[in-house]
Structures are given as C-alpha cells and as structure tokens.
Write a protein that binds this ligand. Structure first.
Ligand SMILES: Nc1ncnc2c1ncn2[C@@H]1O[C@H](COP(=O)(O)OP(=O)(O)OP(=O)(O)O)[C@@H](O)[C@H]1O
Length: 325
C-alpha cells in the first residue's frame, strides 16, 4: 500500500556514502530525508558533518570523488542512484541545480562566465538568441549588470559568482536548488538579496531548496524545516520554528548557542539594489553552482561548441570540469 511516507517528491532512504572501501565508516548515513515541492529544507550541522556530501550525492557528483553510495534517492518517482549518466545530466541543470560552496571552482577560469551560462541554457533547449536573452535577464535579476557576463571568473567576487549561479538556476526554472553555504561569506545586504531571490524562485517555479548552512538563525528565518546532521546522521528534523525554539538534541542546542543572531535578516521584500551593479561590494570566496547546469559535454555531445564564437574559443568548456570529467 502506498502511504504518504512513500510519496515525498525528493526522498533519501538508507543512503550511505563512503569514501573508500565497504569496511570504512560511512561519512553519511541517512535513514530518511524528505523534501516536498516548493519546500525549503535547511541542512545544518558542524563542519564535517556531511552536509556538502549529501548535496553532491543527490546530484550524483560524489562519484567523481570516488565515493561509494548505496541506498535510494528518488526524485519525482525516479531513482537517481541507478539512473543512466545521460539522464542524470539532463536533470542536473534543468531540474536540479547546485550553488556550490566554492563557486570559483565551478566556472572554467579561461572562459567568460557568460559562455558557461549560455552553454548551460543551450544544453537545456534554448536557441542561441534565447540563451543570450535569458542570461542577460537573469543577471540583471540578481542585481548584476549584464556586462558582467563578459568577465572571467577571477574578475568577479565569490558573491557575484554565486549570484551568477542563481541567475542560471532561475533562467533554467530549476525545481530543486541545492544551495551550499550560499551566503556564508556575504555581507548582510547581499545575503538578504540571495534569500529573496530564492523565495522568488519558489514563487515562480515551485522550486524546492536544500539550503546548507551553519547558520541556524538564517535557516530558521528562511526554511520550512531544518534537519540537523551530526557525523553524517540526521539527529533532528523538524519544522524550523519548533527546532529553534525547543531543540531536542544537545547538538542542536550547541549549534543554536553558537548562532550569531536570531532574526534581523530581511528575507523578503529586500529588493533594494536589484538591477544595480554591485561591483566590488563583496570580495569573498564562495562559488556558483554551474556544476550542474553545465554538464553534458563529457560524453561527447559537446554542443557547447557553437557557442564558442562568443569568445573565439573552441568547444572545451566548464561543463567538463564541473562534471568531474
Ligand atoms: N572526496 C573526499 N574524500 C574523502 N573524504 C571526504 C571527501 N569529501 C568529504 N569527505 C569527508 O566527508 C566528511 C563530510 O564532509 P562534508 O564536506 O560533507 O562536510 P560538511 O558538513 O559539508 O562540512 P563543512 O561545513 O565544513 O563544509 C568529512 O569528514 C570529510 O573529510
């Protein structure tokens, strides 16, 4: 019999992730983790708890780091762990997008970021003109001038690169955004902007967000639910308001005690500054999630080549590096 427990939109069951042989302790041991369409789930936990590994495993990217993964991860009824690579690549970008912790690593350093963005859009069905239009509109939407598309990754700050990644997710109409510490190194105003963008994505596309952060206060403000990880296990998974007001686990209490603040961050309505250039306001190191939108070329489809005229380079592109090829 099918029960409500079986029908989550994204559902992890008995997921174990090991780096090494079967006898090593898994770095992730998730018995169950669920996310519904349009839901914001915060993933909290101390450094090394396994938050990034979970995000990358959902996207099928830990395999490139040599991880052994078992269990089940189902998205809209499709099993991701046994899915053919080509289908998984289709889903990354069109359906699932990553805003990675280290955005600089997700962009090819020798190409303007606009090339990466347009290629990702073209890989997911846009014509060249449409890709250009959507890339420009997406950048303006995240408060960056479209001219920044001509810049190379090193010419943008970490926060700006993260915004480029979110612009891409928005242009792709992604349904599942995995945002890995997307605001940790940003000033408060830019953090608020990013959070507002995420809530807009939910309103427009029904996007669900897995928001990875140490900052329980921020998660409480933004998320519907928060799951707290400790040593790869979920020790508490409850509605955000309940978890921060009446934590059950000692580790959760410790994380809360370490939280810099509760409240004060305007999550919605903070649109001041959109459409302006924010050049140079944040020189931190974080990075974008183009990892996912950009894959696909390592199996020879190389359909980014015709976009090479944008920068006069040939078909090797960010997707290769991003997909771990
Ligand atoms: N490629 C890898 N090879 C071996 N071990 C790894 C690899 N990637 C992650 N780990 C280990 O897995 C564990 C979880 O790491 P992960 O990056 O997922 O933690 P995290 O909760 O995201 O930490 P942080 O908040 O510091 O980013 C850590 O012990 C880490 O050393």
């Amino acid at each position: 019999m099918t029960t409500a427990r079986d029908t989550a939109w994204l559902q992890l069951r008995d997921v174990r992730v090991r780096f090494g042989t079967a006898d090593v302790e898994p770095v992730v041991s998730i018995d169950e983790l669920r996310l519904e369409k349009g839901e914001f789930l915060g993933l909290a936990g101390e450094s090394g708890a396994g938050k990034t590994t979970i995000g990358l495993t959902i996207l099928g990217l830990t395999r490139y780091a040599g991880a052994q993964v078992s269990g089940s991860i189902r998205l809209a009824g499709e099993e991701l762990l046994s899915m053919p690579k080509r289908r998984l690549r289709q889903l990354r970008g069109s359906t699932m997008t990553l805003v990675p912790q280290n955005p600089a690593a997700a962009f090819n350093p020798v190409l303007p970021v606009g090339v990466t963005v347009r290629r990702a859009l073209r890989l997911h069905g846009c014509t060249r003109a449409e890709a250009r239009r959507r890339a420009e509109a997406g950048l303006e939407r995240v408060g960056l001038p479209a001219a920044h598309l001509a810049r190379h990754p090193h010419q943008l700050s970490g926060g700006q690169l993260q915004r480029v990644a979110i612009a891409l997710a928005s242009a792709l109409g992604t349904r599942l955004l995995i945002a890995d510490e997307p605001t940790s190194s940003l000033d408060v105003r830019t953090q608020a902007q990013i959070c507002t963008l995420l809530t807009e994505l939910r309103a427009e596309h029904g996007t669900a967000v897995l928001f990875i952060s140490h900052d329980l206060a921020l998660l409480a403000k933004l998320c519907d639910r928060i799951a707290v990880l400790h040593r790869g296990r979920v020790i508490e998974d409850r509605p955000a308001a309940d978890l921060v007001t009446a934590p059950r686990a000692e580790r959760t209490r410790q994380l809360l005690a370490a939280a810099p603040r509760l409240g004060g961050l305007p999550v919605s309505g903070a649109r001041d500054g959109h459409g302006e250039g924010h050049d140079g306001e944040d020189r931190e190191g974080a990075d974008s999630g183009c990892d996912d939108g950009c894959d696909g070329c390592d199996d020879g489809c190389d359909d980014g080549c015709d976009d090479g005229c944008d920068d006069g380079k040939n078909g090797r592109d960010d997707e290769e590096a991003a997909d771990g090829a």
